[in-house]
Design a protein around this ligand. Structure first.
Ligand SMILES: [Zn+2]
Length: 138
């Protein structure tokens, strides 16, 4: 059985995230950061609503195409200031970006939608505290 030190555990965790959508997420984060210098919270909110209503799976921003879901999650993370909605934790990464997770209140498997009202922005601890009691298969 493997025994992990804290740092290994953290980098292992980040690899899981990277495996899913890391590069695309980083690119979107960068474009949202660059963009959001020019826009305020109301504009960001309007963008999220626009993105929610977009019917296609992919979305093109500044000539680059992203998965709509990934783009929306980054926008919502930014809208929530990359801060856990339960405990207010922020996690600063070595590259200067923040690490935070997006969690569906009603799971997609149960018809939960990718909309602001169904997404919680949570730190990893609160994410697990929220999800584990609800997931019967874990
Ligand atoms: Zn938290």
């Amino acid at each position: 059985m493997a025994v992990y030190q804290g740092q290994e555990l953290i980098s292992g965790y980040l690899q899981i995230e990277n495996f899913e959508n890391g590069l695309e997420q980083q690119e979107i984060e960068h474009s949202v950061e660059v963009d959001s210098v020019k826009i305020d919270k109301d504009d960001l909110y309007n963008r999220i609503i626009e993105c929610e209503n977009e019917k296609t799976e992919k979305i093109t921003i500044n000539g680059k195409t992203y998965k709509r879901h990934n783009y929306l999650m980054v926008q919502i993370k930014k809208y929530r200031d990359y801060k856990c909605q339960f405990c207010s934790t922020t996690i600063l990464k070595a590259n200067g970006n923040y690490y935070i997770e997006a969690c569906h209140i009603k799971p997609k498997t149960e018809g939960g939608k990718d909309i602001l009202d169904n997404i919680l922005i949570l730190c990893p601890n609160c994410h697990k505290l929220f999800e584990y009691p609800l997931k019967k298969s874990w």
